[in-house]
Design a protein around this ligand. Structure first.
Ligand code: URP
Ligand code: ZN
Ligand code: ZN
Ligand code: ZN
Length: 480
């Protein structure tokens, strides 16, 4: 195994930034300090003028996902390799069982597909239906397989949508198991109705997509999921928060003292809904994802959420479909496979629009791109921290480096880049995964199958605190 000395950089953790060298050995960080000397045979990386940060963790990707009648372009190798090129060393992807499918069978199927991953990976498991068997199997996943989060799609009626009965049962079971329930918050009944209403108005193109999923559709579901979590006293994590109304629901609940966490996608932070009115069908359809890009003004509110601490993590929902796949919805926007890419661009886009504009400090950037995710999903400080004993998953970040993002230069297999033409300042110069240099100044050295499945222990701190709070406030009977 390679030993690496990263010399002369500024180490950035979520709590502070400081000048230090870093030594990695056998896949772990073994020293962080000033003026370290290279162990014999070590490779030296000159990080002068650069930042040394924990590798990005993308808590929301869909590699090789069978969805809406097709399968995403990026598989676990190409998708994680693209992630490494962008400075990401871990993804958390999703096992999505079909309704009635045994969830352990689905989990094993996804584990098989993911064996080709180039970076470390883990899985949230979606609960798409309910039975006593599902209840038991959730226990097996948590206690034996290291799954500590379950996903609930409140949209996609007649497919993977979870009704309130399933939601309530699964949240309650998640609480018993110490696993974080997560939700895709959109009211699937309303989407179903609005898709018809919009089509009846004669709107069949991609511009109908956002009309069928307005912000209130997301807000209703976010509020409902948050309310259910509150009643059951379970923490909750809302994925891809895209609009003011949903972000406000989270902020309000947090102000009441509820443990609610929110994730934001890089795309929602910088794009708006004008993309759906592009005259070229393929371009407009390439942006079809759910929740959709929102009217101008929503992005700034999401940035404020990250700044204020009401939103916590950033992701991509990387889910690439090519033009031929998107063409399935040529005459009906509701049939356009939902999903966009971004795993390779997230860090650079968020640095450029976040740190370069003063919205985030470098430490805040680390918090929202790796450390907060690692804490919420209980893999901190193994991941999300540059500290002795942590995994040697690092990105050396060149704040002066620039790049124009483009489909022509991306590693992702998609044929579109939602950030096309955007010139970013601040890019990875080196990515270290498991103590190996896997990306060096444009040279991607991703190795198929090198990534490891990450088990995540149950009962993050949230659960003990929630229990204590409930015990503290427990009602008492009147003695008569
Ligand atoms: O449009 C999206 N986001 N596609 C992937 C599935 C999901 O909803 O996360
Ligand atoms: Zn979703
Ligand atoms: Zn998703
Ligand atoms: Zn294709």
């Amino acid at each position: 195994m390679t030993n690496i000395l990263i010399k002369g950089g500024t180490v950035v953790n979520a709590d502070r930034a400081f000048r230090a060298d870093v030594i990695t050995q056998d896949g772990k960080i073994v020293a962080v300090g000033e003026n370290l000397t290279a162990p014999a045979g070590a490779t030296t990386v000159d990080a002068g003028g650069q930042y040394v940060m924990p590798g990005g963790i993308d808590p929301h990707t869909h590699m090789q996902l069978p969805f809406m009648g097709t399968v995403t372009m990026d598989d676990f190798f190409t998708g994680t390799a693209a992630g490494l090129a962008g400075g990401n060393t871990t993804i958390i992807d999703f096992v999505i069982p079909d309704p009635q499918e045994n969830i352990l069978d689905a989990y094993r199927k996804w584990r098989g597909w993911a064996e080709k991953s180039a970076s470390d990976y883990s899985f949230h498991v979606a609960i798409t239906w309910w039975s006593e068997q599902v209840r038991q199997d959730m226990g097996t996943l948590v206690q034996q397989e290291g799954v500590n989060s379950f996903k609930h799609f409140m949209a996609y009626k007649n497919a993977i949508m979870c009704d309130d009965e399933t939601l309530v049962n699964s949240f309650k079971r998640s609480l018993e198991l110490g696993a974080m329930p997560t939700v895709h918050a959109e009211n699937g009944e309303l989407v179903y109705l609005l898709q018809k209403t919009v089509a009846d108005m004669g709107i069949k193109g991609p511009e109908g997509h956002p009309l069928s999923r307005p912000p209130m559709v997301e807000a209703e579901a976010a509020n409902r999921a948050i309310a259910i979590a509150d009643v059951l006293n379970v923490p909750i994590y809302v994925v891809h928060v895209s609009c003011v109304e949903a972000a406000e629901a989270i902020a309000r609940a947090r102000a009441r003292g509820q443990r609610v966490y929110g994730e934001v996608l890089a795309g929602h932070l910088v794009l708006d809904d004008s993309v759906y009115r592009h005259p070229d069908f393929a371009t407009a359809a390439a942006h079809v994802m759910s929740p959709p890009f929102r009217p101008k003004g929503n992005s700034e509110f999401l940035w404020r959420g990250l700044q204020s601490g009401n939103l916590h993590t950033t992701a991509t929902d990387h889910c690439t479909f090519c033009a031929a796949q998107k063409a399935a919805g040529k005459d009906d926007f509701s049939k356009i496979p939902n999903g966009c890419g971004g795993v390779e661009e997230r860090l650079a886009v968020i640095w450029d629009e976040g740190v370069n504009t003063g919205r985030l400090t470098p430490s805040e950037f680390v918090a929202v791109t790796s450390a907060n995710t690692a804490k919420l999903f209980n893999i901190y400080p193994q991941k999300g921290s540059v500290s002795v004993g942590a995994d040697a998953d690092l990105v050396v970040w060149d704040p002066a480096g620039t790049k124009t993002l483009s489909v022509k230069t991306q590693h992702s297999k998609g044929d579109f880049n939602i950030f096309e033409g955007r010139t970013v300042k601040g890019i990875p110069s080196h990515t270290v995964s498991q103590g190996e240099l896997v990306y060096v100044q444009g040279d991607l050295r991703a190795v198929k199958g090198k990534g490891r499945y990450l088990k995540r222990p149950a009962f993050s701190d949230n659960f003990a605190a929630n229990k204590l709070r409930a015990d503290t406030l427990a009602p008492t009977a009147v003695k008569r």
